[in-house]
Design a protein around this ligand. Structure first.
Ligand code: BGC
Length: 364
């Protein structure tokens, strides 16, 4: 256990106990008994999932009598650094950070460490810093495996049980990856390529553009506009007659943009993967559009992060289930990884409606 937050935890727990019977008061008050303050820094409001992440973490922390400073940074790195600096300056007792650029926070986290503030990397690993205490996320390599598996299932190369059907194509696909500054993007890509590579090697799959390197297929800031622009650049071979059978897409926002470009070009609908079960994609899956998505329950992720905060501030040891996978370049960050879940036309109702994410009306 890093020594530096032991001290602040001991101080802060007094605040938490003091909070039990008190009314809300500003954390900037300097009297003893203030509620512990947790700074929650999220990357963007351009995607539903991050809005839900922020709201879930905030609600669960407030239910435990913490004060919360929740900020979104519009996918702008200097804004996020400044927000974190302000949280440190206002005396945060812990930071929960969904980073934009995984390597850009080294200096501000050194300031957090100097102020004995524990840091939890939320969903995205914070890299190249020893000042990250815990990581709350999903099994991101598994997400990539699931994305590639659903692509192969949609193409008919694998059956529902992920066993080869013997279909040998060749099927023409294109590959898209996420933002190069987000560690998750590489992990998703590696997980997916592990599944796809044998089929690329055997010729069952062919990448029409030939672009398979991460750097060629990455999508800056996960921005759907950038994916649409790249898909538009890739179109000529397909509008000239080649058939586009499938697209590996790592995130629903990109999937919808890619489907839109392909549709407007008058091409047959390819098998398109996704991630996050965002409403538009869930509706599209229900309508037989996007083939699949990967659902990651942000309510559970919030619970994991809040459990970590609460343990740290109470002087206890957060629960982890992985102490080997996430080397951030300086330390291996102890992690709690949740299981991602495949969603297709077959099970969207059971997972997303019965599970309480959307109503049946929203998906009809
Ligand atoms: C998250 C994904 C999300 C992507 C774009 C990744 O770091 O893990 O769930 O689709 O960012 O927001």
């Amino acid at each position: 256990m890093p020594q530096r937050w032991r001290r602040s935890a001991a101080v802060a727990v007094v605040g938490l106990i003091g909070a039990a019977g008190m009314t809300a008061c500003s954390s900037t008050d300097d009297g003893a008994g203030d509620r512990p303050l947790v700074g929650v820094a999220m990357p963007t409001t351009t995607s539903d999932r991050w809005i839900a992440d922020g709201e879930n973490v905030q609600a669960q922390l407030e239910a435990l009598a913490y004060e919360v400073d929740l900020r979104y940074a519009d996918d702008d790195v200097p804004t996020q650094v400044q927000q974190l600096q302000e949280m440190i300056d206002e005396g945060a007792d812990a930071l929960v950070i969904g980073s934009i650029d995984g390597v850009a926070l080294k200096d501000v986290l050194a300031d957090a460490a100097a102020a004995d503030i524990p840091v939890i990397a939320y969903d995205r690993l914070i890299r190249e810093s020893g000042d990250v205490d815990f990581y709350a996320s999903f099994d991101n390599a598994r997400v990539g495996v699931q994305q590639a598996t659903t692509l192969l299932q949609g193409l008919g190369v694998l059956d529902d049980a992920a066993k080869p059907t013997g279909a040998n194509g060749p099927f023409t696909i294109e590959l898209f990856a996420g933002s190069a500054d987000d560690n998750n993007a590489t992990v998703f890509y590696q997980g997916a390529m592990q599944v796809l590579q044998p089929y690329l090697d055997s010729g069952v799959l062919v990448v029409g553009s030939g672009e398979t390197d991460f750097d060629q297929i990455a999508t800056e800031r996960w921005d759907p506009k950038n994916a649409a622009a790249r898909m538009t650049e890739l179109l000529p071979r397909y509008t000239a007659g080649a058939r586009l059978d499938g697209v590996l897409s790592p995130y629903d926002g990109l999937s919808m943009a890619i489907l839109d470009v392909v549709k407007k070009a008058g091409l047959p609908q390819p098998v398109v993967t996704g991630q996050d079960a965002e409403l538009a994609s869930a509706q599209s899956i229900a309508d037989g559009g996007q083939y699949a998505t990967i659902f990651k329950d942000t309510r559970q992720l919030a619970e994991v992060a809040v459990q970590m905060v609460h343990a740290l501030i109470s002087g206890a040891e957060p629960e982890v289930n992985d102490t080997t996978s996430y080397d951030n370049g300086v330390i291996v960050v102890p992690s709690y990884l949740l299981a991602p879940q495949v969603v297709t036309e077959q099970n969207y109702s059971a997972v997303l409606v019965d599970g309480g994410t959307y109503t049946a009306q929203e998906l009809s």
